[in-house]
Design a protein around this ligand. Structure first.
Ligand code: SF4
Ligand code: SF4
Length: 463
């Protein structure tokens, strides 16, 4: 009976990647230190007497260095996020999964969790042996130290995450008695997610959960830089004596085809053993490949040992691998690049030209016009002033169009970040107030008269 059972679920085999050093792994380490350094350090740094990076959701204000992002600035935030998505398209078309290999949070934290594992349990073989032996005092001690370090890092990550949304120093001072349920929930939730993703799910996230892995092939073409195995140089692969020179030298020396038969791949499988997703790059580009370049470093190390030139596995393009010319500038790179440039330039321009006060003038919808006691024609308006500064301010409102009188407070005082609504009136003598005309209002910062904002509205009179 049991012979007829077919299980549709197969438990994923645990991957034990071998540690490797090399030029690309040094680059990745630098990226990990830089990115995690920013993550863990930024909330603790101050700027202008407040937390340097703080996303204050209740106040609907984001502090990023000297810039305060007000709700009215969220258009820049949206543009920034679109620019991030576009840059992913652009860099993928240029050089494949750079993002996954060097900057994706999943890769970065998994890398740190792997370092901890490596330093507590040892390299690949030691870890495999440890997992096979029954529980003992030694095994318990090693596993417990790894778990303690993992859990500590995960909780610190959760704590730091919450520290981006609430002042982190206060969060630390309030711990643990004054933490409310929301704080506990987010620290534990984010810490738990870090632990699960980086300690256990690891490559499963990249293989099965990340949508980018699935659609990246649509952004690649034959000229994109990807991690490739040079089949023409490596095949047919096979083990050999240490003193056999590489294929190019053998052919140069006029070897017969039989001695030049083997390619440069010595079938050591080092490239497979270091792969964090457990694939064999020699089978060609696979969606599971996260572009970590560990296989390049591993193969280069092997090539150095056997005295063959490096680069059997390397960054290359499909065209280059087939001996064809590669083009850096292709239509998709140019189009992505141009859109990205235009978007970044407009965001930058918008931020540079942004004024700390916004004025909105809305006509009173009740009546088109009315007559004042002295016979003049009046129009009523609602003026909305948005003061986007961290300190209080004083403004003056005036009408720039000649022939009008403005009835409004002489000084408009606002507190930090205040949105102030004012009822104002424009007046004109009846004989001049014929038909509809444009009127320009101007608001001036009393402390800094160079800061002026103008707004056009309509004035209606009889006839
Ligand atoms: S590391 Fe290089 S030589 Fe070894 S199996 Fe991989 S491709 Fe072949
Ligand atoms: S094949 Fe494996 S080791 Fe090589 S870049 Fe891809 S994920 Fe990294």
């Amino acid at each position: 009976m049991s012979d007829d059972l077919v299980f549709l679920y197969e438990r994923a085999a645990k991957i034990y990647p071998r540690a490797i050093d090399g030029r690309f792994q040094k680059l990745r380490k630098a990226a990990v230190f830089w990115l995690l350094g920013m993550y863990y350090l930024f909330p603790w740094l101050n700027w202008d007497g407040r937390q340097m990076v703080l996303f204050d959701l209740p106040a609907r204000k984001f502090y990023v260095f000297s810039w305060v992002v007000w709700p009215q600035d969220f258009i820049f935030l949206a543009a920034f996020l679109i620019a991030c998505a576009l840059s992913l398209f652009f860099f993928t078309a240029l050089a494949g999964r750079l993002w996954c290999g060097y900057a994706c949070p999943q890769t970065v934290w998994t890398e740190v969790f792997l370092w901890i594992e490596h330093h507590t349990e040892g390299d690949r073989n030691a870890r495999m042996r440890l997992d096979k032996v029954p529980m003992s005092l030694r095994k318990f001690r090693i596993k417990a130290s790894k778990q303690l370090l993992w859990i500590g890092l995960a909780l610190w990550t959760g704590f730091t995450f919450v520290g981006f949304f609430t002042p982190i120093r206060q969060l630390a001072l309030d711990f643990p008695l004054q933490w409310d349920l929301t704080r506990w929930f987010w620290v534990l939730f984010y810490g738990g997610a870090t632990y699960a993703n980086a300690a256990y799910l690891r490559e499963q996230v990249c293989k099965y959960m990340c949508p980018y892995a699935r659609f990246q092939s649509a952004m690649l073409d034959r000229d994109s830089l990807i991690i490739s195995y040079d089949e023409s140089r490596g095949e047919p692969r096979g083990a050999r004596r240490r003193d056999v020179p590489d294929r190019a030298s053998r052919l140069q020396e006029g070897s017969t085809p039989s001695t030049a038969e083997l390619g440069d791949c010595i079938e050591c499988k080092a490239c497979v053993l270091v792969c964090p997703t457990g694939i064999d790059i020699r089978k060609g580009l696979q969606y599971e490949c996260i572009g970590c370049a560990a296989c390049i470093d591993a193969c280069d190390e092997v090539m150095d040992k056997v005295g063959y030139p490096r680069g059997l596995v390397r960054y290359s393009t499909e065209n280059a691998m087939q001996g064809k010319a590669s083009r850096l500038l292709r239509p998709r790179v140019i189009i992505y690049g141009m859109i990205l440039f235009a978007l970044c330039a407009s965001v930058l321009l918008g931020v540079l030209l942004r004024k700390p006060v916004i004025m909105d003038v809305i006509r009173d919808r009740g009546a088109l016009y009315r007559f004042a006691n002295d016979g003049r024609v009046e129009n009523a308006y609602q003026v909305k002033l948005i003061h986007q500064r961290e300190e209080p301010g004083v403004y003056e409102l005036r009408v720039l169009t000649p022939g009008f009188e403005l009835v409004a407070p002489a000084r408009i005082e606002v507190t930090a970040g205040q949105v102030r609504n004012l009822a104002v009136t424009l007046r004109q003598p009846e004989e001049a107030a014929r038909g509809a005309k444009d009127v320009v209002l101007e608001v001036i910062d009393v402390a800094d008269p160079t800061l002026r904002v103008q707004e056009r509205t309509r004035f209606f009179g009889p006839g």
